[in-house]
Design a protein around this ligand. Structure first.
Ligand code: AMP
Ligand code: FES
Ligand code: ZN
Ligand code: ZN
Length: 317
């Protein structure tokens, strides 16, 4: 297989685009495409202040690298979840990348902020039925928005890739979760109630492309997945989608793009309008919520703190 641009040996063949490229041309192609997506979906502009959520994994570090190469102003945000070795190693990776590239990284630790790590909290709440992923997702979203609001950022970006997006889309379609489908897309607009704009500049890249990019750029990242990800439905959906992709190259991309086109032509407009009209401010933290009084984050963490006190009292008795 030869590079379409220079005829040298190809480093990657992207069957969904019928495009093979050598290392050098692939390393140019990724930022060019990213810039195209940023403009196409009106994610942010040259002067925007960008808060980039970095997990220490390949996608978010690759995104940080690409946005730097494109000349954007970024600050990284790492959220310490307290998941033993995994969190320690991922934080090291994020910090190492920031130091080596002379970038600003803000670190927020959940246990320092809220008094318990994610695994501890998940044992003290009904949410997620003992599995930490639900509390974790809720907490990450809340922290990203909080830091972005307090720091006056224009947009929060995450490293979600096409495989992530398609797995979520697949799951939501199986359940016809119209509320979630209405919110899914490359950009989540800011709201008057205080939700900072969110963007996913890598949402059209396959995971193997972001992996190839980090490899060719020599970026070190944490290879391990979160230990709680094992057995997750989203991983099962990713496997199924990869099997289908094998037989029909381009299926994942076309599933996602057709969904975006359907949305553009009016699908889920009613749900979007309804969801926006329901947004109110949480009486405790002031962040937007669809709940009438307190947001899910505050309710969950208040519950965790109460149970912690009760458990401790029980222990000392
Ligand atoms: P995940 O939910 O682990 O698939 O991660 C999706 C995206 O969320 C990553 O690409 C990051 O942009 C962001 N993210 C995940 N974990 C963290 C974290 N601990 N701190 C900051 N951002 C994170
Ligand atoms: Fe949050 Fe795994 S990263 S539970
Ligand atoms: Zn080439
Ligand atoms: Zn709240």
């Amino acid at each position: 297989m030869r590079c379409r641009k220079c005829g040298e040996k190809a480093a990657i063949n992207m069957r969904q685009h019928k495009l093979a490229l050598c290392g050098t041309h692939f390393l140019d192609w990724i930022p060019e495409q990213t810039q195209r997506f940023i403009e196409k979906y009106r994610m942010f502009g040259e002067d925007s202040r960008i808060l980039l959520a970095v997990s220490g994994g390949k996608d978010s570090l690759a995104l940080w690298d690409v946005l730097q190469r494109l000349g954007y102003q970024t600050t990284g945000l790492y959220i310490g979840l307290g998941i033993n070795e995994y969190s320690m190693r991922s934080q090291e990776m994020a910090e190492k990348f920031a130091t080596e590239n002379d970038l600003n990284l803000t670190v927020v630790d959940v246990a320092d902020e809220e008094g318990a790590t994610i695994p501890e909290a998940s044992k003290l709440t009904e949410r997620g039925k003992g599995k930490p992923c639900s509390v974790c997702g809720l907490t990450k979203r809340h922290m990203m928005n909080r830091v972005a609001r307090e720091g006056g950022y224009d947009v929060v970006t995450t490293g979600h890739n096409l495989d992530d997006e398609v797995a979520v889309l697949f799951g939501n379609t199986l359940n016809w979760a119209v509320g979630y489908l209405a919110r899914q897309g490359p950009v989540l607009e800011e709201t008057a109630a205080g939700l900072v704009r969110k963007a996913k500049p890598f949402c059209r890249f396959y995971e193997r492309e972001t992996a190839a990019y980090t490899l060719l750029r020599g970026i070190n990242y944490i290879y391990e997945e979160c230990p709680y990800a094992e057995g997750a439905t989203s991983i099962y959906h990713k496997e199924l989608l990869n099997q289908m992709e094998e037989v029909r190259p381009g299926l994942k991309l076309s599933f996602y793009l057709s969904f975006l086109r359907a949305k553009e032509s009016g699908l889920f407009v009613q749900e979007s309008t309804l969801a926006k009209s329901k947004l109110a401010q949480c009486r405790t933290c002031g962040q937007p919520t669809t709940a009438p009084d307190q947001c899910a984050y505050c309710r969950t963490w208040d519950g965790v703190r109460k149970r912690r006190v009760t458990t401790r009292e029980g222990e000392t008795r």
